[in-house]
Write a protein that binds this ligand. Structure first.
Ligand code: NAD
Length: 490
């Protein structure tokens, strides 16, 4: 049964505590049925500059506030977010094409991001160092100023909140540019919540634009001299450009990018755990999670039985319009993503792969697909798919599993299923990934952990104290008490 979900009222971009309407708008599409979900302001450089200047104007007061005040504000945001969770879930379903359960999970998680950020307001803010001159020598962490946050569409709640909550807790002010595919759930909805929480004007600003104007807005946001730090979550090609541009201006930048993650199933694995981890890891949110399992590497002796059980389990997932809560597999977010996934399936089948499940693409809906007989010359082996497609590949030895995992430019996360933790530890140490989870799928996140990848999966870490380190500067400040002597010639 389809739930009826009402569209949000879009009041404009949110700059300096005011809703700023725009003459130009772009259509924000519901990917399940192609209808227009909302009309969103199509902003440009001028709006970006206005938001940056508002954030800069708000910086002295926000960074000068007592830390408990900042914590209280973040806790209030968490409470209001929780109160409005049903609205978020509805938006994530209609605008983001996500299953109801995925929206519920995100809504709960985001409140915890704000609470974890509030807790960091009470953290130590520096260290005292020994001094050969008897000085009182300190290393202090201080906020940077304006932080630009660019977020993606796939987990618009979590990945947006994670991008700005910790920098804001540290005393920075924010200009957020959400994805053009989820400008409400990942942007303007946050503005509504933070406005209701009484966040002072200019501390948090949201600007929006269409894909056609994003390079202008992005360039301004990264290059403007008042912007001191960048938090970017998105694709590797765009992340490379952002990091290069930030680097040219010697700005701090944390980029969380794409992945091609493996689930390694060893011969001593619990089959129930292995198949559920593979199914959840590959098909949750249609595989549109940066940590999705895209390669399932299975030890040869259990390969046939694993494939049989994995296929049976995944075959039960229902695909369709997510306004029906029973549809766990919704649409892909846009036609660009559909084309990419379709190409990878067709390329693989043409080169000899076999679809043991799915393989069909209808409009924006792609059935859960399991491919075997995959070889390294197929695009699906190496390129990020970001769709509900898992390749299942047998391996003989642990060393071979490691080599198959590492055979990619990406290095985000991995999962290992085994009953032998020692063996898992040995393997995990050889995986070229930023994260690894034993007896779990590669999809794992918590607000306070060091989240991030290696190789082409990103630079820097988001989450908890790692975000606090990224979005503060360290200053060395000393107090001379021992009267450091100068050479007498002076
Ligand atoms: P994307 O790179 O196309 O877009 C990400 C954000 O960048 C959006 O807000 C977009 O508007 C903006 N953007 C695009 N071009 C820009 C430009 N020239 N200048 C400034 N901003 C620009 O990625 P996407 O399609 O939204 O997200 C999917 C990708 O994100 C996947 O590759 C996925 O793996 C990755 N991702 C990574 C993580 C992680 O934490 N590592 C999490 C989620 C998604």
């Amino acid at each position: 049964m389809l739930d009826s979900i009402s569209a949000p009222q879009i009041k404009g971009m949110f700059i300096a505590g005011q809703w700023r309407p725009s003459q130009a708008t772009f259509d924000d599409i519901n990917p399940s049925d192609g209808s227009i979900y909302a009309r969103i302001p199509d902003g440009g450089r001028e709006d970006t500059r206005a938001a940056i200047e508002a954030a800069q104007a708000a910086f002295p007061d926000w960074s000068g506030l007592m830390f408990q005040e900042r914590a209280r504000t973040l806790l209030k945001i968490a409470d209001i977010w929780e109160k409005r969770a049903p609205d978020y879930v509805a938006a994530a379903q209609s605008e983001g094409g996500g299953w109801f359960g995925k929206g519920m999970f995100e809504a709960g998680y985001v409140a915890e991001v704000f609470r974890a950020a509030a807790a960091h307001c009470y953290d130590t803010i520096g260290e005292v160092l020994p001094s050969e001159h008897g000085k009182y020598s300190t290393a202090l962490r201080v906020p940077m100023g304006v932080v630009g946050v660019i977020s993606p569409w796939n987990m618009p709640g979590i990945l947006t909140a994670r991008g700005f909550a910790f920098p804001m807790a540290a005393g920075n002010t924010i200009v957020l540019k959400p994805s053009e595919d989820t400008p409400y759930a990942g942007g303007l909805f946050f503005a509504e919540v933070l406005e209701e929480a009484g966040v002072p004007a200019g501390v948090f600003n949201v600007i929006t634009c269409s894909r056609e104007r994003v390079s202008d807005m992005g360039e301004e946001l990264v290059e403007h001299p008042l912007v001191k730090g960048i938090s970017f979550t998105g694709s590797t090609p765009v992340g490379r450009q952002i990091a290069a541009r930030a680097g040219a201006h010697l700005k701090k930048c944390c980029v969380e990018l794409g992945g091609k993650d493996s689930l390694i199933v060893l011969d001593d694995a619990d089959m129930e755990r292995a198949t559920s981890a593979a199914s959840f890891g590959s098909f949750m949110h249609q595989g549109q999670i940066c940590m999705s399992v895209e390669k399932v590497l299975v030890q040869e002796s259990i390969y046939p039985e694993f494939l049989r059980q994995f296929t049976a389990r995944a075959g039960k997932l229902k695909t369709g319009n997510v306004a029906d809560k029973g549809n766990v597999i919704g649409p892909l977010i846009n036609d660009r993503q559909v084309a990419r996934v379709k190409h990878q399936i067709e390329d693989a089948l043409a080169k000899g792969a076999k679809a043991v499940l799915g393989g069909n693409v209808q409009g924006r809906f792609v059935e859960p697909t399991i491919l075997t007989n995959v070889t390294p010359d197929m695009d699906v082996w190496r390129d990020e798919t970001f769709g509900p497609v898992a390749v299942v590949v047998p391996f003989r030895t642990d060393a071979e599993a490691v080599a198959l995992n590492n055979d990619t430019e990406y290095g985000l996360s991995a999962g290992i299923i085994t009953s032998d933790e020692q063996r898992a530890m040995r393997i995990s140490q050889q995986l070229e990934t930023g994260m690894c989870h034993v007896n779990c799928s590669s999809i794992n996140d918590e607000p306070h952990v060091p989240f991030g990848g290696s190789k082409a999966s990103g630079l820097g870490r988001h989450g908890g104290k790692w975000s606090m380190e990224t979005f503060t500067e360290t200053r060395w400040i000393t107090f001379d008490r021992g009267h450091r002597p100068y050479p007498p010639v002076f």
